[in-house]
Design a protein around this ligand. Structure first.
Ligand SMILES: *[C@@H]1O[C@H](CO)[C@@H](O)[C@H](O)[C@H]1NC(C)=O
Ligand SMILES: *[C@@H]1O[C@H](CO)[C@@H](O)[C@H](O)[C@H]1NC(C)=O
Ligand SMILES: *[C@@H]1O[C@H](CO)[C@@H](O)[C@H](O)[C@H]1NC(C)=O
Ligand SMILES: *[C@@H]1O[C@H](CO)[C@@H](O)[C@H](O)[C@H]1NC(C)=O
Ligand SMILES: *[C@@H]1O[C@H](CO)[C@@H](O)[C@H](O)[C@H]1NC(C)=O
Ligand SMILES: *[C@@H]1O[C@H](CO)[C@@H](O)[C@H](O)[C@H]1NC(C)=O
Ligand SMILES: *[C@@H]1O[C@H](CO)[C@@H](O)[C@H](O)[C@H]1NC(C)=O
Ligand SMILES: *[C@@H]1O[C@H](CO)[C@@H](O)[C@H](O)[C@H]1NC(C)=O
Length: 910
C-alpha cells in the first residue's frame, strides 16, 4: 500500500540547469516545481506543479499542472500530466477505452503535503516499476525494482507545457536498443538509430519515402537492454509530434494534448507486447481465409478481367484465396457504386457466386471521401444526416478520386450509423467478404479551404490527383500554423498540406488539429462494427492509416512501395514494427506497387511475401501486370513458397489465436525468441513466424545464397527436413536457388501442418502432420519439444475455446535417447472430432544416427499399436553445406489416423 509517511525521502538533488536551448540561444522553457503531493482515492498519487519561469517561445507556458501517477497493474504504471485548471484534448474513450484519469481533483484545496524533495512510491507490493520524483525543477524517473535499472528519467531536460507545445526528454543508456515509433520506412533496419527523425502525424506519403511520417502514428517504443531485459513506453497522444533520439537521450516535441505516459515492465519483449496490447486492445481475430494469398491490382478493367485472373491462378496451380478490386469496380470512383459498363451487377454477381462456391473471397476498396453529386444516394443521405467534417459551419470541401468530396466524421455517432447503412445497402448488391479502407489519413489532393469552380469542370483534363478546385489561401489560424512546426512530410510542410485544414471541426467541437491522426482508427472501428453486425461473422478490414489500438479492428499493409530490391528489404522492418504496435496482420505489396516489377524481383518477393502474415500482390494502374503466373520462374517460386505457406496454415492460424488472446506478434524479430543473444537485436533481413520458424529470404538481385544468422540451437530446413543447421549462434551461408526461400524450424518446436491446397477452404480440411524438432543428435541429454493448435470454423465472431465451436490442443514430446513419447492434451475436443480431423504423419527430427537400425515397438495409450496402414522409416540427416555435426536422423511415421480432437499418448522405444 501507499503510505506517504513511510516514503523514503532521498537526498535533495538539484538538477542544475539542464538547460535545453534551441540552438539559437532561445530558451523554450524553465520547467516546473512540484509544490505538493497527495494520495488520490483510487490509490494514485496526485501532484501540483508550478511554473518556474515564463517564456513566450511557442506561446506562453501553462502556469499550473496536475501530475497523476498510478500503478494500474503489477507491470504497468501511468504518468499523466495536464493543465490543472482547464480540460485539455485527450484521445477519446470511445476510440480507446481505458481507465480514466480523474477529472480535476481539487488537490490544492485539500490538505496536500508539500513536496519536500524526491521520493519514491510503489502501490503494489509485487509491482516491478518504481516512480521517483525530483521536485525542483520537477522531474520523474521510472526504475525497475528487480535490478535498479532506470528506464526513463525526465530530468535530462526541462519539462515544457504550453498550449501548443509540450516537451519532455529522457536519458537513455547508450547500450539500449530501441524499436517502434512509427509508421516509418527505416532503410537501416529495425533499430531506431540516433539522428534519424521520427515524426508522427498521419500522412498520405508513400512508403518509398525514408525516415518520414507515413500513414500511421504509433508513439510507442520498446527498449531492449543488456541480457534482453525489455520494457515499453507509450506516450498516448494523438497530436503531431517529433521524436528525436540522440543515442543517450530521447526528446518528444508534441504540439498539443497532454503528456500521458504508460510504462510497461516486460521483462521479455513478448511480455512487453502482451502488456501493451492489454492496454490498447488485443489484435482482432482474423478469418482463416485472410491467411491465404490475395491478388489485387488497380486497373482490373472489367469482370472478365478478374475472371481471367482467377482462372489463370487455377490453371497455374498457384494457391489463391482472395481476389480484390481497387476502385475499378466503382462508378466514377464513388463509394458503394458499380460501374454500369465494366462491372454491372448482372455480371459481377455470377462471378461472385462462382468464386464463393469455390471457397474463395472478394474484397473491394472504399475511400472516405464522399463525392458531391446530388444524384448520388450516399451523398444525399450523408447530407440529410449531416455526417461530414465541418469548416466554418459547412462541410469541409476536398478532392479525391471522384473529384470534389466531403469527408464523413466518424467521431459523430450518426456517421457510424450512416456508414453501416451504406455498407449494408452495398452488400445487398455486392456480397463482399471484407473491405479495404484507403486514403484515410485523410488524403486530399488539395490543401486549405477551397471552393468548387463555377467556370470549368473538376476533375478537368489533368491528372485526377491534381487539385482542380478553386483554392483560397491555406487557412491560417493557430491550428493551421502552430508556433512549432513538426517535420511533416519530412519537409516541415503546413499541417493541412494535402489533408483537410486542421482548423476544421468534428462532432462536439473537436478540432481536426487534435483528432487528425485518429481518422483511420475511427473509420476502422465504424467499418469493423458495420461488417460484424451485417455478416454476423468475423470481419476483415484492411486500413492504410492507423493509430494506437487500430490492430483491434483491422489489418494493415505498408502502403505504396516501389518495385525495387531496397523496398523488398525495407518491408521487413515495417512489418515487424506493426507486430509490436499490436497490429500483427500486416504485409507489403508483393512484387512492388510501382513502377514495373521484374521477373527476378517478383520471384524473390513472393518467396518472402508468402510468409508475410498478410500476403497480397498489388500493383498500380500504370505498372505492367504482375500476377504470379505471368512468368514461369515466378510461378514456380510461388507454388513452392505458397505451397509451404499453405501447409503451415494451422500454425499461422494458431498464431492468429495467440495474437488475439495474448497480443503476441505473428511475425517477430529474432530477439523475441532469443533476447539474451545481442547479435539478434539488429537482425532486419530475417524474421520469425511465431516462436520458432525462421524466414531467411534472398533480398538482393543475382544472388543464390543467403548469409543467415542462426541463434544457438538446431534448425531444420522445412523445404528438405534432412538438412539441418546446428548453430552456436553464428552466420551460416545457405544455398538459395532461384525458386527457393530458406525456412527453418527451431529445436523445441512441434509444428502442426496440413497438406495445403489451392485455397485455405480446401487446405484446412486435410489431415495433419506434426513436425517434432528435437536438438540435433541429442543422446542422453534428452530432447523436448512442444507446440499447440487452435481450430475453429475460421470465421466465428468470437475466437475462443468453446465446446462444440473450437478445439485447442497442447502437444509435447520428449525423448531420453532410448524412448520417444508424444502426448497431446485436448480442450473442448468435440469440434475437432466433428470435423474428422486426424494426424496422419509425424516427422521426428534430430534423432541420433545410432537409432537407424533399431527394431521399434510402438505403444498407443499404453497398449501395443498396430494398424494396417501404418509405416515408419528412418533416414540420415544430410551432411551437406548445412552440416549436421555428429550426424543425426529423421524418423517418419506415416499412415496414422489419430483424431486431433482426442488425447494422444504415443510412445516407442528406439
Ligand atoms: C535522473 O537524472 C537526474 C539528472 O541527471 C539525476 O540527478 C537523477 O539522479 C536521475 N534519477 C534517477 C532515478 O536516476
Ligand atoms: C475487358 O477489358 C479488357 C481489357 O481492357 C478488354 O480487352 C475486354 O474486351 C473487356 N471485356 C469486356 C467484356 O468488356
Ligand atoms: C479450378 O478449376 C477446376 C477445373 O475447372 C475446378 O474444378 C475447380 O473448382 C477450380 N478451383 C478453383 C479454386 O477455382
Ligand atoms: C453524379 O452521379 C451520377 C450517378 O451516379 C452520375 O451519372 C453522374 O455522372 C455524376 N455527376 C458528376 C458530375 O460526376
Ligand atoms: C475561372 O474562375 C477563376 C476564379 O474566378 C479564375 O481564376 C480562372 O482564371 C477562371 N478560369 C477560366 C478558365 O475562366
Ligand atoms: C492570400 O495570400 C496572399 C499572400 O499571402 C494575400 O495577398 C491574399 O490577400 C490572400 N488571399 C485570400 C483570399 O486570403
Ligand atoms: C525532416 O525529415 C527529413 C527526412 O528524414 C530529414 O532529412 C530532415 O533533416 C528533417 N528536418 C528536420 C528539421 O528535422
Ligand atoms: C542488380 O544489381 C547490380 C549491382 O549489384 C546493379 O548494377 C543492377 O542494376 C541490379 N539490377 C536490377 C534489375 O536491379
Amino acid at each position: 500500500m501507499l503510505t506517504m509517511g513511510s516514503l523514503p525521502v532521498l537526498t535533495f538533488i538539484c538538477v542544475v540547469c539542464a538547460v535545453w536551448s534551441l540552438g539559437h540561444g532561445q530558451q523554450v522553457g524553465y520547467g516546473y516545481r512540484l509544490v505538493s503531493v497527495d494520495q488520490g482515492s483510487d490509490g494514485s498519487l496526485i501532484g501540483s506543479l508550478e511554473l518556474i519561469q515564463q517564456t513566450n517561445t511557442y506561446g506562453p507556458d501553462i502556469p499550473h499542472l496536475r501530475l497523476y501517477v498510478k500503478h494500474e497493474t503489477e507491470d504497468r504504471v501511468r504518468v499523466h500530466i495536464t493543465d490543472a485548471q482547464t480540460k485539455r484534448w485527450e484521445v477519446p474513450q470511445e476510440l480507446l477505452s481505458r481507465e480514466q484519469a480523474p477529472a480535476d481533483l481539487p488537490v490544492s484545496s485539500r490538505k496536500a503535503k508539500p513536496a519536500k524533495s524526491a521520493f519514491e512510491f510503489s502501490k503494489f507490493a509485487g509491482g516491478e516499476l518504481i516512480v521517483s520524483f525530483i521536485s525542483n525543477p520537477f522531474g520523474f524517473a521510472i526504475k525497475r525494482k528487480s535490478n535498479g535499472d532506470v528506464l526513463f528519467n525526465s530530468s535530462y531536460g526541462n519539462l515544457v507545457f504550453k498550449d501548443q507545445y509540450l516537451e519532455v526528454t529522457t536519458g537513455l543508456p547508450a547500450t539500449a536498443s530501441l524499436y517502434g515509433l512509427g509508421e516509418n520506412t527505416q532503410p537501416n533496419g529495425i533499430k531506431i538509430l540516433p539522428k534519424e527523425a521520427y515524426t508522427l502525424y498521419t500522412t498520405d506519403i508513400s512508403a518509398i519515402n525514408l525516415n518520414t511520417d507515413l500513414y500511421g502514428s504509433h508513439p510507442f517504443y520498446m527498449d531492449v537492454r543488456n541480457g534482453g531485459i525489455s520494457h515499453g513506453v507509450l506516450l498516448l497522444n494523438s497530436n503531431g509530434m517529433d521524436v528525436f533520439y540522440t543515442g543517450n537521450a530521447l526528446t518528444y516535441k508534441v504540439i498539443g494534448g497532454v503528456l500521458d505516459f504508460y510504462f510497461f515492465a516486460g521483462t521479455s519483449p513478448l511480455d512487453v507486447v502482451q502488456q501493451y496490447t492489454a492496454l490498447i486492445g488485443r489484435p482482432v481475430a482474423q478469418p482463416y481465409w485472410a491467411f491465404g494469398f490475395h491478388q489485387c491490382r488497380w486497373g482490373y478493367k472489367n469482370v472478365s478481367d478478374i475472371t481471367n485472373v482467377v482462372e489463370n491462378y487455377n490453371k497455374s496451380q498457384i494457391p489463391l484465396d482472395v481476389i480484390w478490386n481497387d476502385d475499378d469496380h466503382m462508378d466514377g470512383a464513388k463509394d458503394f457504386t458499380l460501374d454500369p459498363i465494366n462491372y454491372p451487377e448482372y455480371k459481377l454477381r455470377p462471378f461472385l457466386d462462382r468464386i464463393h462456391a469455390n471457397g474463395m473471397r472478394y474484397v473491394v476498396l472504399i475511400d472516405p471521401g464522399i463525392a458531391i453529386n446530388t444524384s448520388y444516394g450516399t451523398f444525399q443521405r450523408g447530407m440529410a444526416d449531416d455526417v461530414f467534417i465541418k469548416h466554418g459551419g459547412s462541410p469541409f470541401l476536398g478532392q479525391v478520386w471522384p473529384g470534389a468530396v466531403y469527408f464523413p466524421d466518424f467521431l459523430n455517432p450518426k456517421t457510424v450509423n450512416f456508414w453501416a447503412d451504406e455498407i449494408s445497402h452495398f452488400h445487398q448488391m455486392v456480397p463482399v467478404d471484407g473491405l479495404w479502407i484507403d486514403m484515410n489519413e485523410i488524403s486530399n489532393f488539395c490543401s486549405g479551404k477551397c471552393s468548387i469552380p463555377t467556370n470549368r469542370s473538376c476533375p478537368g483534363t489533368g491528372f485526377p490527383w491534381e487539385c482542380c478546385l478553386d483554392r483560397t489561401n491555406i487557412t491560417a489560424t493557430r491550428w493551421d500554423v502552430p508556433p512549432y512546426k513538426i517535420n511533416a512530410s519530412g519537409t516541415q510542410v503546413p499541417l493541412g498540406f494535402k489533408t483537410i485544414a486542421t482548423s476544421s471541426v468534428h462532432y462536439n467541437g473537436v478540432l481536426e488539429y487534435d483528432a487528425h491522426s485518429l481518422y483511420g482508427l475511427s473509420q476502422a472501428i465504424a467499418t469493423h462494427k458495420a461488417l460484424q453486425n451485417l455478416l454476423d461473422k468475423r470481419p476483415f478490414v484492411l486500413t492504410r492509416s492507423t493509430f494506437v489500438g487500430s490492430g483491434s479492428y483491422a489489418a494493415h499493409w505498408t502502403g505504396d512501395n516501389k518495385a525495387t530490391w531496397e523496398d523488398l528489404r525495407y518491408s521487413i522492418s515495417t512489418i515487424l514494427n506493426f507486430g509490436m504496435f499490436g497490429m500483427p496482420m500486416v504485409g507489403a505489396d508483393i512484387c512492388g506497387f510501382y513502377p514495373d516489377t521484374t521477373e527476378e524481383l517478383c520471384g524473390r518477393w513472393i518467396q518472402l511475401g508468402a510468409f508475410y502474415p498478410f500476403s497480397r500482390d498489388h500493383s498500380n494502374l500504370a505498372s505492367k501486370r504482375q500476377e504470379l503466373y505471368l512468368w514461369d520462374s515466378v510461378a514456380k517460386s510461388a507454388r513452392k513458397a505458397l505451397g509451404l505457406g499453405y501447409r503451415l496454415l494451422p500454425y499461422l492460424y494458431t498464431l492468429n489465436y495467440d495474437a488475439h488472446t495474448t497480443g503476441a506478434p505473428i511475425a517477430r524479430p529474432l530477439f523475441f525468441s532469443f533476447p539474451q543473444d545481442p547479435e539478434t537485436y539488429a537482425v532486419s533481413k530475417q524474421f520469425l513466424l511465431g516462436p520458432g520458424v525462421l524466414i531467411s529470404p534472398v533480398l538482393y538481385n543475382k544472388t543464390t545464397s543467403v548469409n543467415a544468422y542462426f541463434p544457438k540451437g538446431s534448425w531444420y530446413n522445412l523445404n528438405d527436413m534432412t538438412m539441418a543447421v546446428k548453430s552456436s549462434g553464428q552466420y551460416v551461408t545457405l544455398q538459395a536457388p532461384m525458386d527457393t526461400i530458406n525456412v527453418h524450424v527451431c529445436e523445441g518446436m512441434i509444428l502442426p501442418m496440413q497438406r495445403g491446397g489451392m485455397t485455405t477452404t480446401v487446405a484446412r480440411m486435410t489431415p495433419f502432420t506434426l513436425i517434432i524438432a528435437f536438438p540435433l543428435g541429442f543422446q542422453s541429454t534428452g530432447g523436448k519439444a512442444k507446440g499447440h493448435l487452435f481450430l475453429d470454423s475460421g470465421e466465428d465472431v468470437d475466437m475462443k475455446i468453446a465446446e462444440g465451436k473450437s478445439t485447442y490442443v497442447d502437444f509435447s514430446a520428449e525423448s531420453d535417447g532410448k524412448k520417444v513419447r508424444l502426448v497431446s492434451q485436448v480442450e473442448s475436443g468435440s469440434y475437432g472430432l466433428s470435423q474428422g480431423w486426424v494426424v496422419e504423419k509425424l516427422m521426428i527430427l534430430g534423432l541420433s544416427k545410432s537409432h537407424l537400425s533399431s527394431q521399434i515397438a510402438f505403444q498407443l495409450d499404453g497398449k501395443p499399436f498396430t494398424s494396417s496402414s501404418f509405416t515408419y522409416s528412418v533416414q540420415p540427416l544430410s551432411t551437406s553445406a548445412e552440416q549436421s555435426q555428429g550426424g543425426g536422423a529423421i524418423m517418419e511415421l506415416n499412415g496414422l489416423a489419430l483424431p486431433v480432437g482426442r488425447n494422444i499418448d504415443l510412445s516407442w522405444t528406439l
